[in-house]
Design a protein around this ligand. Sequence first.
Ligand SMILES: Cc1ncc(COP(=O)(O)O)c(C=O)c1O
Length: 437
Amino acid sequence: MTHTAPETIFDLAASDMKPTREFALWCDAHDPLASFREAFEIPCDAKGEPLAYLVGNSLGLMARATRDRVNEELNDWSTMGAEAHVHGRRPWIKYHEFFREHLAELTGALTHEVIAMNSLTVNLHFLLMSFYRPQDSANGSRRRIVMERGAFPSDRFAVHSFVRAVGGDPSVDVIEVAPRDGEECLRHEDIEATIQRVGNELALVILGGVQYYTGQVLDMARITRAAHAVGAKCGWDLAHAIGNVTLSLHDWSADFACWCSYKYLNGGPGAVAGAFIHERHHKNPPPRLEGWWGTNPATRFQMGPNFDPGPGADAWQVSNPPILSLTPLLASFDQFHQAKMPRLIAKARAMTGFIELSLRTRDAEHIRVITPSSTSERGCQLSLCINRDPVAARKLFDSLLPRGIVCDFRHPSVIRVAPAPLYTRFIDCWRLIEALS
Ligand SMILES: Cc1ncc(COP(=O)(O)O)c(C=O)c1O
């Protein structure tokens, strides 16, 4: 094993995996991405020992360069004041442009299809405004939305409240797909069957690309095709997908997508989110909520009364961007750009495979991985169902942090763990396994 080229290490690790501490140490010693960990600040316990941080799916860690980047903006503000809008080192007036290339790379979009703006649920409302248009269909007949029963509550609240706001009734207009009895994950054939059944009454399909509770990755291309086949639009919540799995939003022909940046993108708490609007909607755009930052930058400061739209997705912006909440993303994007998603995905697969194999060997009776086992259906999150009563499951979870392991708990008895390949080591995964045993 020792003479293998670095690029193939994770494939090798996956094919010759052993549920042992030695194996974890070997993987860390041969990890071609190991140096990226140095680029992040790793939280430590009271003794100064680094925590096994497995909640990058909740809040990603801070890239070391973040402080300097934020300080640069603070310095520009303190030394230039408003002048920094134009003469700052990254002029604030076009700040959103510094994120385009990276967002396009991570979402598989064209650069004019993506925009960093607002927060996730806000973007969901904005995009519902543009893409849920029952009033434009014959006699308002296309008014149903397909989403999933287990959607993240904010998505559900956004969709239900929006349907009510335009005079609909969510109990009729929102159709939920759910896992079958006794199953945790959605079946693609069930989603497709629901889409076909609703047929020409279907306005919109809106789903999470990666399910937040189970970690299941949906086949976004397939579901988008199914929605389009009945004349509906398709939009994606990519909160748990961006920076985690391969995305090809443009080629999949998704109508829209939105995401947050504080999870795998390491943008910091409440970081500025993002949105994708396929270029086919740019030329004759649907109605949208407008604000001055969505206008053409060349005419914006003429302060005219008419909305002269900016290019592409930029026209969905409303307000001038919160610079200090955007800056940390730049530091993290540098790391993604250097590491490259395919390599990160290979490492994530090796780490989740390692955790799963080790749990199966030691704890199959008590802990069940509910995330699909196929690598095409999982990212770097594993959801572990503790086969005990919920109180005992919670107790097990509560015992992890004192042992230096950070993950999270979802009612009634699921522990979510997400080894983020930029900064998590195999030995961190091993610490989790030992603690769970
Ligand atoms: C899948 C999903 N959707 C929506 C949200 C809500 O995000 P925000 O508070 O940024 O609007 C979250 C937050 O974690 C999420 O995980």
